[in-house]
Design a protein around this ligand. Structure first.
Ligand SMILES: Cc1cc2nc3c(=O)[nH]c(=O)nc-3n(C[C@H](O)[C@H](O)[C@H](O)COP(=O)(O)OP(=O)(O)OC[C@H]3O[C@@H](n4cnc5c(N)ncnc54)[C@H](O)[C@@H]3O)c2cc1C
Length: 363
C-alpha cells in the first residue's frame, strides 16, 4: 500500500456515550419479515463509545446479546430474552491506496447498497455484483454475503470486533473468520459474543468485471453489452434483483430462506438420471451445489399461500409474510418445505436465515 489517503465522513462528536435502553423492545420494524415479537431490551448504537455502557448496565448482566443491522436475515420465532443492539454506526473512509488496490473501511451500520455505490463512485471496484443486497456492512461478513458469482470474502481484509466479555476491540483478519458458503465463525462460535464495529475491504483500482454468472451474462448479452464496466454490472444486477425478488417493504421477507445444498457428486449424478433438467453447479472437488429453489419448486411450493404465510410467487426460495404472520407460522411452513424436499430427493435443506432461538428449527 502506498500513499495514505484519508477521506473520512465519520460523524462529528455530538452525543454523550450513554445508551438508551428500552424494555420490551418491539421488533416488528427491526426485521424485514415484519414479525411482531419483542426483545427483553433494545437499544440503538450510533457511537462505539456507547458499547461500554452495555457492560455497565446491571439489568443487562447475564442476558444474551444480539447485534442487529437491518434485520434482513433473521426470523424471530419467539420473544428474544436478551438485549438487541441495533447497530447504526456510520462512516466510510479510504485507509490506504496503491496503483492497484485500495483499503476501504466502513462502519458496521452503513447500509450495504449505499456502500457499494459509494465505492463505485470513488473508482473502488469489486463489490458491484453485490449491489442491492439489503442490510448493513457489519452483517456482510457474518454470513459471507454473495450474489451473481461473487462473495464478499474475496474482498474482505478484516473486521473490528468489540468483545462483550472483555470490553476490548479486537482486530480479526479475514483469514481467521472461517469464511465459507454463507457461513463464518461470526455466525457460529462468535455469535452473541460481541459486535462488529468496522469492516475493512481490499478493493481494486482497476476494474475486473465478473460477468459469467448465467442470468447476469444473459442479461448483458440481451442488452448487447460485450465488455461490461463495473457500473454496467451494478445496473444489470439491480435490474435482475428488482425483477426476481419481492421488495421486503411491500411483501415482508428475508431473502433466500434456505442455503443451496451441497451434495456429493455421485448423489447428484444419480439424481440427474431421474431428473435430466436438474441444474448443477460445481462446488469443490467431489461436491455439487443444487439450487434449493429448483427442489422446492419441484415439490409444488412456489406461490403457495396459507393464511398470512407463503412462498413468493416469483421465487420459490423466498418465504413471505402477507401481513400478520408469526415467526412460528413461518418456521412451520419452512419445516414442511424442508421435509417434503427430503422425502422426494433425500436432500436436507438448511436455513440460511438466522432462526432465533436456533433450537426452534426441527426439520
Ligand atoms: C430481499 C432480500 C434479498 C437478499 N439477497 C441476498 C443475497 O443475494 N445474498 C446474500 O448473501 N444475502 C441476501 N439477503 C440476506 C441479507 O440481506 C444479508 O444476510 C445481509 O447481510 C443482512 O444484513 P442485516 O444488516 O439485515 O443483518 P441482520 O439480519 O440484522 O443480522 C444478520 C446476522 O448478522 C449479525 N449481525 C448484524 N450486524 C452485526 C454486527 N454489527 N456485529 C455482529 N453481528 C452482526 C446478526 O446478529 C445476525 O446474526 C437478502 C435479504 C433480503 C430481504
Amino acid at each position: 500500500m502506498g500513499t495514505l489517503a484519508q477521506r473520512s465522513r465519520l460523524p462529528a462528536l455530538r452525543h454523550n456515550c450513554m445508551i438508551r435502553l428500552r424494555r420490551l423492545q418491539p421488533l416488528k420494524s427491526w426485521n424485514t419479515f415484519g414479525i411482531a415479537e419483542t426483545a427483553a431490551y433494545g437499544t440503538v448504537c450510533t457511537r462505539v463509545e456507547q458499547l461500554h455502557s452495555l457492560r455497565r448496565r446491571r439489568e443487562l448482566h447475564g442476558l444474551p446479546l444480539l447485534p442487529l443491522g437491518a434485520g434482513s436475515n433473521v426470523l424471530f420465532a419467539e420473544p428474544f430474552p436478551g438485549v438487541v443492539v441495533r447497530v447504526r454506526l456510520r462512516g466510510i473512509r479510504c485507509v490506504a491506496e496503491s496503483a492497484h488496490e485500495v483499503l476501504v473501511e466502513a462502519a458496521a451500520g452503513e447500509p450495504w447498497h449505499n456502500f457499494v455505490r459509494t465505492c463505485l463512485t470513488q473508482g473502488w471496484y469489486g463489490l458491484e455484483n453485490l449491489a442491492l443486497i439489503p442490510g448493513t456492512v457489519g452483517a456482510a461478513p457474518v454470513h459471507n454475503i454473495g450474489a451473481y458469482g461473487v462473495e464478499v470474502a474475496e474482498f474482505l481484509d478484516g473486521v473490528e470486533f468489540w468483545e462483550h466479555e472483555s470490553g476490548q476491540f479486537l482486530w480479526l483478519p479475514a483469514a481467521e473468520l472461517g469464511l465459507g458458503y454463507r457461513s463464518s465463525r461470526l455466525r457460529t462460535e462468535l455469535l452473541g459474543r460481541g459486535i462488529l464495529t468496522r469492516v475493512r475491504f481490499r478493493l481494486l483500482r482497476r476494474p475486473r468485471p465478473h460477468a459469467q454468472y448465467p442470468t447476469l451474462a444473459a442479461l448483458l448479452e440481451r442488452e448487447r453489452i460485450r465488455h461490461p464496466t463495473p457500473w454496467d454490472i451494478f445496473h444489470a444486477v439491480c435490474r435482475l434483483r428488482r425483477q426476481r425478488l419481492p421488495d421486503p417493504r411491500r411483501l415482508p421477507n428475508a431473502g433466500s430462506f434456505f442455503r443451496n445444498p451441497i451434495v456429493p457428486a455421485r448423489q447428484a449424478q444419480e439424481l440427474r438420471q431421474r431428473y435430466p433438467e436438474l441444474p448443477l453447479f460445481p462446488a469443490g472437488a467431489d461436491s455439487v451445489k443444487i439450487p434449493a429453489a429448483w427442489l422446492i419448486e419441484q415439490c409444488g411450493w412456489k406461490g403457495y399461500r396459507r393464511g398470512d404465510v407463503g412462498v413468493a410467487p416469483q421465487h420459490a426460495l423466498v418465504l413471505v409474510n402477507y401481513g400478520g404472520a408469526s415467526g412460528r407460522e413461518i418456521l412451520q411452513l419452512a419445516q414442511e418445505i424442508a421435509r417434503s424436499v427430503w422425502e422426494r430427493f433425500q436432500i436436507r435443506l438448511e436455513p440460511e436465515v438466522l432462526i432465533l432461538p436456533a433450537q426452534a428449527w426441527q426439520p
